[in-house]
Ligand binder design. Structure first.
Ligand SMILES: C[S@@+](CC[C@H](N)C(=O)[O-])C[C@H]1O[C@@H](n2cnc3c(N)ncnc32)[C@H](O)[C@@H]1O
Length: 317
């Protein structure tokens, strides 16, 4: 069953980014449009909302939202990095940009998309249904060593080597076609004592995360999107990112910290000679996390972290 997607940290996002009447807002990860709707209400009829998502299902949700809200709207069905680069080319000046990373509940709960390790479905995991690379191609086509590295890097999976070995052993007999077959391969790879440590959780979680990140080139997209988003922001504009694992959060944190730095002189110089001015004011010194109440109501938000910064100074970066 597809549950409604509940926008994560929504109150905190609105309080920190303060969308105002007439603002131009870019929701770079439209999903089911939960955050977009809240921002549209604040910017009103004089505002503009640009929505981006590479998933066809998101475009269908966008059509419903566009019919309901009073602001000007536009949808770009594209990778958000490419879309933000396009907006740089259009010389758009945005007052607010949101990146709410990861998957929507719509995607996780639509069994045939193959994102979930709790439902049996074809091994797909593509956010963009038109893309060629899918999870089946990685699981059945990549060399064992490459799968090991993938599980280590993107899943931080301590049992990467034995899982990759079991995957390659099984696929020599017959291709691994479904999420259920992949889960069984992971479970068979792990010694019983390791499996028991997961209690009610799934030992497949890290492997699924890693494969999904690779299928959708998620970290490459984020690395390209951050500088493009910054260039699209008007002076005074707010940038917000919600991430769901440390690989994403680390990138956002580092990017914003670099922009918030003033003097970049060597530490042994007695007086500043660089004249470098900060481009960002951090509106969240530490990341904002869901309250225990939100986490209890929406367990999927438990790992979410919100960071917000304001663009200061007028110079292009
Ligand atoms: C967590 S959901 C966003 C949910 C949304 N904020 C809401 O309230 O409904 C993330 C969305 O971003 C999209 N997405 C992720 N990476 C993307 C990329 N590189 N380019 C475009 N869309 C992307 C996914 O398809 C998904 O719909």
């Amino acid at each position: 069953m597809t549950r409604a997607h509940v926008p994560v940290l929504a109150g905190e996002l609105i309080d920190l980014t303060e969308p105002a009447p007439g603002d131009t807002v870019v929701d770079a990860t439209f999903g089911a449009g939960g955050h977009a709707r809240l921002m549209a209400e604040r910017i009103g009829a004089a505002g503009t909302l640009i929505c981006i998502d590479r998933d066809q299902a998101a475009r269908e949700r966008y059509a419903e939202l566009a019919a309901d809200v009073s602001c000007q709207t536009r949808f770009l069905r594209m990778d958000y990095a490419a879309a933000l680069e396009q907006l740089v080319g259009e010389e758009l000046e945005a007052d607010l940009i949101l990146l709410d990373l990861g998957l929507s509940s719509m995607q996780v709960d639509t069994r045939e998309r193959g994102f979930s390790y709790s439902a049996d479905a074809p091994l797909d995991m593509r956010m963009d249904q038109g893309q060629e690379l899918d999870a089946r191609a990685i699981v059945n086509g990549w060399e064992e060593r490459r799968i090991t590295q993938l599980l280590r890097r993107f899943g931080e999976e301590p049992n990467a080597r034995i899982i990759a070995r079991e995957i390659t052993r099984r696929r020599e007999r017959a291709p691994i076609e479904t999420t259920g077959e992949l889960v069984r391969a992971i479970e068979a790879a792990l010694p019983a004592a390791v499996r028991r440590r997961f209690g009610g959780g799934s030992p497949a979680k890290r492997t699924f995360q890693a494969i999904r990140i690779a299928v959708n080139a998620e970290l490459e997209a984020l690395d390209r999107a951050l500088p493009a988003a910054w260039r699209v922001l008007a002076p005074g504009g707010r940038f917000a990112a919600i991430s769901f694992h440390s690989l994403e959060d680390r990138r956002v944190k580092r990017f914003l910290a670099e922009r918030a730095r003033g003097c970049i002189c060597p530490p042994d110089l007695p007086v500043c000679a660089c004249g470098h001015e900060p481009e960002a004011e951090l509106l969240t010194r530490r990341s904002v996390v869901p309250t225990p109440g939100e986490a209890a109501d929406n367990p999927r938000c438990r790992s979410a972290r919100l960071r917000v910064a304001r663009r200061v100074g007028g110079g292009a970066s």
